[in-house]
Design a protein around this ligand. Structure first.
Ligand SMILES: *Cc1c(COP(=O)(O)O)cnc(C)c1O
Length: 425
């Protein structure tokens, strides 16, 4: 029997490359047919065949309030009725910018764009324009969207020149990006000693959450802040996941480290397409129309998207939201501990607030270099076992799970029990 899901996917593959508009959605890492979602409410998504899943993907991070929170939906409906887009300034931009600037350490100005990719791409251009330098540094294992100079992997040998990690990225572009391992102070110091004065910016996910959850030692981040400061290099915290997810001040407040530029996305748009980048007035004055660094967007600061972001931040400000998210996370962590211990092969759980990662490997993992390649294969039955039990987690071993304000303690327990069954085989 052909399911509606399978039929939709079959149609999709004819007119959309791989049948999806973002690669990881295609289930290539876990096998099987991706689920087409028809609706979602609270902590649950419903697929095209009418099957309901308890959702821990949350659209990869934005849905900290859960799906279709009534306050956000009302705000979006009201805004849309007034106008879908103006191509001119609107009050929502001012209100959201005021909130973001007030919340985040060191931020005085912020520019809204339409995705996280645009935010990091613009932040890099800003850093190059502000410093007059061309080189940038990124860390392997961190993801910053799909702009050319950030789709770069470490080169081989001692040379830190990057190699394109996607076809279509010119080697000459990648050569301007240096790639370092996370958690390696010696390599970081060596790079700054050799060419620190040529580096426009270092970009890092201060909470790397796109390749497992590679929590950094605060000392490493502090060293990074010190070295960048000393060499006139701008430090960019890519907080597209962690911003307004681990607290209002993101990782910057969590670690007490203020970057020069911060990028946002995901939660800040409450499920609508919003990205943002910001910094001090002294840095942001380089952006057009004030300065010579060009950056623009037809739909930037879109009134409907601003309303969704604003509603999300307002709800987060009430009801001790981050206290509650921490409680849910702590419950998940403590309930998972015996389950993971009893599992047949080594596994662990890494968590910060409402972001969690089930590591199908032993030991502490702080860099992409020590990620176990075999985890992908071991994850397949885990993913499908959970899916069969009506639980939706990311279709990749190296993606994190997100808790939202609408997850209940009972649902956390349901997840833990299901995972226990699946891991017991
Ligand atoms: C998701 C993500 C991006 C890219 O955001 P998009 O909205 O998908 O373009 C950039 N940086 C980080 C840390 C992300 O998690």
């Amino acid at each position: 029997m052909t399911t509606t899901n399978a039929a939709l996917f079959e149609r999709a593959t004819r007119v959309i490359p791989g049948g999806v508009d973002s690669p990881v959605r295609a289930f290539r890492a876990v096998g099987g047919t991706p689920k087409f979602f028809a609706s979602a409410q609270g902590a649950y998504v419903t697929d095209a065949d009418g099957k309901k899943y308890l959702d821990f993907v949350g659209s990869w991070g934005p849905l900290i309030l859960g799906h279709s929170h009534p306050v956000a939906v009302k705000a979006v409906q009201d805004a849309a009725a007034l106008g879908m887009t103006y191509g001119a300034p609107c009050k929502g931009e001012v209100e959201l910018a005021e909130r973001v600037v007030a919340a985040y350490p060191g931020l005085e100005q912020v520019r809204f764009v339409s995705s996280g990719t645009e935010a990091t791409m613009s932040a890099i251009r800003l850093a190059r324009g502000a410093t007059g330098r061309d080189l940038i540094v990124k860390f392997s294992g961190c993801y910053h969207g799909h702009a050319d100079h950030l789709l770069v992997a470490a080169g081989s040998g001692l040379v830190t020149h990057g190699q394109p990690s996607s076809a279509g990225v010119p080697a000459d572009f990648a050569a301007l990006t240096r790639v370092l391992p996370l958690d390696d102070e010696a390599k970081l110091k060596a790079l700054f000693a050799a060419e620190g004065n040529k580096v426009a910016a270092v970009i890092i996910e201060p909470i790397p959450a796109n390749n497992g959850l590679l929590l950094q030692r605060p000392e490493f981040l502090k060293l990074l802040r010190k070295l960048t400061q000393e060499s006139g290099t701008l430090l960019i915290f890519d907080e597209v996941i962690s911003g307004f997810r681990v607290g209002f001040g993101g990782a910057a407040a969590l670690y007490g480290i203020t970057p020069d530029i911060a990028t946002f996305g995901k939660v800040i748009g409450g499920g609508l397409p919003v990205g943002a980048y910001g910094g001090s007035r002294a840095v942001m004055k380089h952006i057009a129309p004030e300065g010579p660094v060009y950056q623009a967007g037809t739909l930037s600061g879109n009134p409907v998207a601003m309303a969704a972001g604003l509603a999300t931040l307002k709800v987060l400000e009430q009801d001790k939201a981050f206290v509650r998210l921490e409680e849910l996370g702590a419950q998940l962590e403590s309930e998972l501990a015996p389950v993971l211990k009893a599992a047949k092969s080594p596994c662990g759980f890494v968590r910060v607030g409402s972001i969690g990662w089930i590591a199908l490997q032993a030991g502490t993992v702080r860099s992409a270099e020590v990620l176990d390649n075999g985890a992908g294969e071991r994850y397949k039955p885990v993913f499908h076992g959970l899916l069969d039990r009506g639980i939706y987690v990311a279709p990749s071993a190296y993606e994190v799970m997100f808790l939202s304000l609408v997850h209940t303690p009972a649902e956390i327990t349901r997840f833990t029990q299901a995972l226990g069954e699946v891991l017991a085989g």
